[in-house]
Ligand binder design. Structure first.
Ligand SMILES: NC(=O)c1ccc[n+]([C@@H]2O[C@H](COP(=O)([O-])OP(=O)(O)OC[C@H]3O[C@@H](n4cnc5c(N)ncnc54)[C@H](O)[C@@H]3O)[C@@H](O)[C@H]2O)c1
Length: 335
C-alpha cells in the first residue's frame, strides 16, 4: 500500500517556489524525490532543498523510476508533450494552468488523462485561495443575500518578481495569448465558484505593454448561466499603479470586497456592518498552494475527488478564448 507520494517537480522556476514552500510547511505524506529542470543549477538547488535527485531531463527521471507523481511547472507550450509522456509512463499528473495554449491541445491532454486511469489535476490554485473560499462561505451563509453582480480586476504592474529570467510569458505563441489566458484564469475561477458557470462573454483587448506580444489590457462582461452579469478587467503595464481591489461581489443585502493582490483580505459590508467588517484569516496567495497540493495528494492516496475536476478546469481557458473571439468579432461569444 502506498503510504506517501514520491513527487517530482518538473520545472524549478518561479511557481515551483510556491509549491515547494507549501509542501514543506503544510502538506504531509509527500516527499519530493526528483527535481527536474533543463537548467542544471536550478535542478540541483531544488534537489539540495528537498533531498531529492536532480535531473536535467524528464526521460532520465522516468527511466530512473524516481517518482510516482509529478507537478508539471513548465511554460504552457511544453505542457502537452510532457503531460502525455508522464501519463503514458503511469504517473499521476498535476499540471499548471493554463492547460495548454490551445483548446485542441488541452482536449488531447484530457483524453489521455481519462484513458490513463491516473489522477490528473489542473493546478488552478485560486480554487483554494483563502480569501476566495471565505467569500464563498459568506455567500452561502446568506451574508449578502441573493447575488446581484460582481466585478473582477486583475490589475498588475509588470512585475520583475514574476518574470525574472523569463521570456515565454511575453510570447503569444508560447502562452496562447496574453494576460487574459495566463494570470486571468486566477480571476475567473473565483467568479465561477461564486456565480456558477459562464455562458457567454463580450470583450475587447489592447496591447499597452510593449514588451508583451499578446494582450496586456482586457475589458469584458461575463454572463453566467444564471443570467447574472459581472465585469472582468485585466491590465498589466510597466508603470506604478494605484491600489485597487481584486473583486467585489454584490448581493441584495450587502457586498463583499477582496482587496488587492496578493495579501488581499476580505471585508464584508451589510446592514449589520455598514462601515465594513474586515474578517480575520490566514490570508494570502501563497496559502492557496497548500490546499492545492493537499488535494492532489488526497486524490492519489485516498481516491478523494478533486475540488474541481480537469474537465471543469478547462472552463477558464474556454472563457479566455471566447474573449479573444469576441475582441475579434465585436460580438457576444458563447463560452
Ligand atoms: N498558479 C500560479 O499562481 C502561477 C504562477 C506562476 C506561474 N504559473 C504557471 O506555472 C508554469 C511555470 O511558470 P513559471 O513562472 O514557474 O516559469 P519559469 O520560467 O519561472 O520556470 C520554468 C522552469 O522550467 C525550466 N524548463 C524550461 N524548459 C524545460 C524543459 N524542456 N525541461 C525541463 N525544464 C525546463 C526552466 O529552466 C525554468 O526553471 C506556467 O504554466 C505558468 O502559467 C502559475
Amino acid at each position: 500500500m502506498t503510504i506517501e507520494v514520491r513527487l517530482a517537480l518538473l520545472g524549478c522556476g518561479a511557481v515551483a517556489r510556491f509549491h515547494l514552500d507549501a509542501i514543506k510547511a503544510h502538506v504531509p505524506l509527500v516527499r519530493v524525490t526528483a527535481c527536474i529542470d533543463s537548467d542544471d543549477a536550478r535542478a540541483s538547488a531544488y534537489a539540495h532543498q528537498t533531498g531529492g535527485t536532480a535531473f536535467t531531463s524528464l526521460d532520465d527521471a522516468i527511466s530512473a523510476d524516481a517518482f510516482d507523481a509529478i507537478s508539471i511547472l513548465l511554460p504552457p507550450d511544453l505542457h502537452e508533450a510532457t503531460a502525455l509522456k508522464c501519463l503514458a509512463a503511469g504517473k499521476h499528473v498535476m499540471l499548471e494552468k493554463p492547460m495548454a495554449p490551445t483548446l485542441e491541445a488541452s482536449t488531447r491532454i484530457l483524453d489521455a488523462a481519462l484513458a490513463s486511469g491516473r489522477v490528473f489535476m489542473l493546478a488552478e490554485n485560486a480554487q483554494y485561495w483563502p480569501e476566495v473560499v471565505a467569500t464563498l462561505n459568506l455567500i452561502r451563509q446568506g451574508e449578502i443575500g441573493d447575488l446581484v453582480t460582481g466585478r473582477a480586476a486583475f490589475i498588475s504592474e509588470y512585475n520583475p518578481y514574476w518574470f525574472t529570467g523569463q521570456t515565454w510569458r511575453l510570447s503569444q505563441a508560447r502562452t496562447g495569448g496574453g494576460i487574459t489566458i495566463d494570470g486571468g484564469s486566477h480571476w475567473v475561477r473565483p467568479m465561477r465558484m461564486w456565480f456558477g458557470n459562464i455562458s457567454r462573454v463580450v470583450g475587447v483587448v489592447g496591447y499597452p505593454m510593449e514588451e508583451m506580444q499578446g494582450d496586456s489590457l482586457m475589458r469584458s462582461l461575463l454572463q453566467f448561466e444564471s443570467g447574472i452579469y459581472a465585469s472582468y478587467d485585466g491590465l498589466m503595464v510597466n508603470t506604478p499603479l494605484g491600489p485597487q481591489e481584486s473583486w467585489r461581489v454584490t448581493g441584495t443585502d450587502g457586498e463583499i470586497v477582496i482587496g488587492g493582490f496578493p495579501e488581499s483580505g476580505v471585508t464584508l459590508y451589510n446592514r449589520k456592518h455598514r462601515g465594513g467588517l474586515a474578517l480575520d484569516g490566514n490570508w494570502g496567495y501563497a496559502m492557496s498552494f497548500v490546499g492545492e497540493n493537499q488535494d492532489f495528494v488526497n486524490a492519489i492516496l485516498d481516491g478523494a475527488p478533486l475540488a474541481a475536476g480537469p474537465e471543469d478546469s478547462l472552463q477558464e481557458l474556454r472563457v479566455a478564448h471566447a474573449i479573444y473571439r469576441s475582441a475579434a468579432s465585436g460580438s457576444w461569444e458563447n463560452v
